[in-house]
Design a protein around this ligand. Structure first.
Ligand SMILES: [Zn+2]
Ligand SMILES: [Zn+2]
Length: 311
């Protein structure tokens, strides 16, 4: 696997920038911080890729010769809007996005003959040593091939992509969600980015999860936390109640004075915080409470009766 692709770096990235990108991904995928089952594997790949670059920083260069086999496509990020329910039930969601794909007519060569003709002026590197040309760009880009390293004879240019080799397309990436994923988490799909020009390798796709909707539900450490309202009588006596978990009803047995109960829904643990909802008094309930209060007072007098008589 190309280390640049694993880290989502463009050829020509500075070592400093490569390091900061590496640190960013480390934070995201460190096993101590990410309990996702794939995180450890991804963390290993990221570490290996950066080690290769540290040992051989020239991997970051746009090194001459690499262009013969095409350049690497661009890596980019898209956002995927999800809900807590998507995470909880481990749903598969799709993200629609635009990418550049190799032209189907010329198979990404840009030419009718599908031959790749290396630029004679720069020998395919896309770079020329300055001075001998009147107009020299600061990056010494080859003027013959505009830095691409490949030339297409005018009569051989593909009529479909006009020699661009890549054409925009809309595509779907399926994303299997998991209760362990968090808002803002980035998932890496190594070949989901743009195809490389002139049959180069694919860039990667980063999918950032953006959590939307219900703020009362919250998933922490793979446990869903929700709230359910109960009446004072249910709180005192216990009851069997129905709890809504993302639109599905689950039965939940509560014991007297419970403040929280645990249930399982769709194979995942759910903690239900029980909130006592105090109703408005009615004539009927007022009478009941008055009787309870009278009984409480009687009980208090009985237990403290002897101490009161002491002068
Ligand atoms: Zn050239
Ligand atoms: Zn074409």
């Amino acid at each position: 696997m190309d280390p640049l692709k694993v880290l989502g770096l463009e050829p020509g990235t500075s070592p400093d920038k490569a390091r900061s990108q590496y640190m960013l991904l480390c934070k995201q995928y460190h096993p101590d911080k990410n309990s996702d089952e794939y995180a450890e594997q991804q963390f290993k790949e990221i570490s290996n890729a950066y080690k290769q670059i540290e040992e051989n920083p020239s991997l970051l260069d746009r090194s001459p010769g690499h262009f013969y086999s095409g350049r690497q496509g661009e890596t980019f990020q898209v956002n995927l809007k999800i809900t807590s329910g998507d995470l909880f039930f481990g749903r598969t969601r799709s993200v629609k996005y635009k990418r550049l794909a190799s032209c189907k007519k010329c198979h990404g060569t840009g030419s009718k003959s599908m031959n790749t003709q290396i630029c004679g002026m720069c020998k395919g590197s896309g770079i020329v040593k300055g001075s001998i040309f009147r107009v020299v760009r600061s990056d010494n880009q080859c003027p013959e091939c505009a830095g691409v390293g490949v030339v297409i004879p005018r009569d051989d240019v593909c009529g479909y992509c006009k020699g661009a080799t890549l054409l925009p397309e809309t595509t779907l990436q399926k994303v299997k969600l998991d209760i362990g994923y968090r808002n803002g988490q980035i998932l890496i799909y190594k070949d989901g980015g743009n195809d490389g020009p002139f049959r180069g390798s694919n860039g990667g796709l980063y999918v950032k999860l953006v959590l939307e909707g219900d703020r009362r539900t919250c998933i922490r450490d793979k446990v869903l936390h929700i709230e359910a309202e109960i009446s004072p009588a249910q709180h005192m006596l216990g009851d069997k109640i129905s709890v809504d978990v993302f639109g599905k009803a689950y039965v939940c047995n509560i014991k007297p004075l419970d403040k929280e109960v645990s249930i399982a829904a769709a194979g995942n643990p759910v903690k239900v915080a029980l909130l006592v909802k105090w109703p408005e008094l009615t004539d009927k309930s007022r009478k009941l409470y008055e009787r309870i209060l009278a009984d409480e007072k009687k009980a208090m007098e009985a237990s403290s009766g002897s101490s009161e008589s002491v002068p």
